[in-house]
Write a protein that binds this ligand. Structure first.
Ligand SMILES: NC(=O)C1=CN([C@@H]2O[C@H](COP(=O)(O)OP(=O)(O)OC[C@H]3O[C@@H](n4cnc5c(N)ncnc54)[C@H](OP(=O)(O)O)[C@@H]3O)[C@@H](O)[C@H]2O)C=CC1
Ligand SMILES: O=C(O)C1=N[C@H](C(=O)O)C[C@H](O)C1
Length: 246
């Protein structure tokens, strides 16, 4: 029998971290060798081959700097990544050519497909807005998934040569039209009872198209997390999103 992958989970006591510990513990080809919670030393994770990070946007970069510096691969679900942060991760990885990092805004297979379908539809519609809905304990808005979707849509619209979307709004209470992410409006709803949900609403002359995804349980993210934990071992450099692994 082949060796198991030693995995450390960072943010282990959190909502996602708890699920990841269970999933890694149940995976026959993995071994949960360490859990790291807020305030604990990263050195606890030093024996791992892969760290899985579900912490906070404020903590994740220090965790990545530490892991890459020690030649440990990383799978990251934590949100809040910008082009600047990706640039920093690439710079660290350039110093450690064998190390892989997978950063995925959403590990749900259905969510990955929702983003792909939205990117495909984008060139055919004059208007598009994103409505993301999450539990009220989420720290960031808009969600990483919504931001990533908006970037994919903006790139597809630019490639298709589409004009700016029509919008006659001249008078608004700040925030009423949502956040502008690369020209795409994103609306963030926070309500008790929700987990993670997103609609992408397209509009054209006489028709609309709504693409919707719902994560009803955090178990929905686990197949993607385990896939990335296996794949990161043979994918040096930075991989953004789960789509290239499917
Ligand atoms: N990519 C994906 O598919 C998904 C991504 N996410 C993202 O994952 C992140 C975590 O979400 P969620 O689990 O709901 O959040 P939680 O707040 O439940 O969990 C985060 C945990 O990380 C801990 N933490 C904070 N700093 C550190 C640190 N330096 N080292 C170790 N642990 C630390 C927190 O401790 P304390 O509370 O004491 O500060 C907390 O226990 C968010 O950014 C969220 O958007 C969530 C779901 C799916
Ligand atoms: O905080 C969450 O819960 C989630 N965060 C990720 C995001 O910001 O997109 C993924 C999913 O939406 C759940």
């Amino acid at each position: 029998m082949s060796e198991t992958i030693p995995v450390a989970v960072l943010g282990a006591a959190g909502r996602m971290g708890t699920e990841v510990c269970k999933a890694v513990g149940a995976a026959p080809d993995m071994e949960l060798t360490a859990t790291v919670d807020a305030g604990e030393p990263l050195d606890k994770a030093a024996a791992a081959r892969v760290i899985v990070d579900f912490t906070t946007p404020g903590a994740v970069m220090e965790n990545l700097r530490w892991a890459i510096g020690r030649g440990i691969h990383a799978v990251v679900g934590t949100s809040g990544f910008t082009e600047e942060k990706f640039g920093q991760v690439r710079a660290w990885l350039a110093e450690k050519p064998g190390v892989g990092v997978v950063v995925a805004p959403n590990f749900g297979i259905g969510a990955v497909l929702m983003m792909e379908f939205a990117a495909k539809a984008a060139r055919y519609f004059e208007s598009v807005e994103i409505i993301e809905q999450h539990h009220p304990r989420k720290l960031d808005a808009p969600s990483g998934t919504a931001t990533h979707t908006a970037r994919l849509i903006a790139a597809a619209r630019a490639e298709a040569g589409l004009a700016t979307m029509p919008d006659a709004t001249a008078d608004e209470i700040p925030g009423a039209r949502g956040a502008d992410v690369e020209g795409v409006r994103v609306h963030a709803v926070r309500a008790t009872g929700l987990i993670a949900h997103q609609e992408v609403l397209f509009g054209a002359l006489g028709e609309t198209l709504t693409i919707r995804h719902d994560s009803l349980d955090r178990a929905s993210f686990m197949p993607g997390v385990l896939l990335a934990t296996r794949e990161v071992l043979t994918r040096p450099g930075l991989t953004v999103g789960l789509a290239p692994l499917l």
